[in-house]
Design a protein around this ligand. Structure first.
Ligand SMILES: [Mg+2]
Length: 144
């Protein structure tokens, strides 16, 4: 999957996704997910890759990137920081970025407002797992 990861390359023309990424990295007033969505749109358009970005293909790419992330933790005892060297940390960082970028693109392709959906799910999870009931308990909601 490394050949098709949605990561902006180092060399690009003015107005490109890479330029936008470097010039807006300190902005705090823009919704970060919307900013990332716009950057992935530009990145794909510059390469005429929108034709490949069907919801099915994006879902599969997301799944592959999650597997690449998980691979960095495979066979470690816990994956806590003392088990991670610099190379592993960098690999995890790159795969987390790939996961986020494909997640943003999949949400875009399916018309999901990712921020609103996440806030809604947090609210629903809060109802399903009231802190006063589940504090310190990792069981699933139907096991109480
Ligand atoms: Mg990757």
């Amino acid at each position: 999957m490394s050949g098709s990861s949605a990561t902006p390359g180092p060399a690009s023309a003015p107005g490109s996704a890479s330029e936008a990424a470097s010039s807006s990295s300190s902005s705090s007033s823009v919704d970060t997910l919307i900013e990332l969505r716009e950057l992935t749109r530009v990145f794909a358009a510059e390469r005429d890759w929108q034709q490949f970005h069907t919801p099915k293909n994006l879902a599969m790419a997301l799944s592959v990137e999650v597997a690449e992330l998980v691979e960095h933790f495979q066979w470690l005892r816990t994956g806590s920081s003392e088990e991670l060297d610099e190379r592993k940390r960098e690999g995890i960082q790159h795969e987390l970025a790939d996961v986020l970028l494909y997640l943003v693109q999949l949400a875009d392709a399916t018309g999901v407002d990712l921020r609103a959906a996440a806030l809604e799910k947090l609210r629903l999870n809060g109802e399903k797992y009231p802190a006063a009931v589940v504090k310190g308990d990792a069981r699933k909601y139907d096991e109480y």
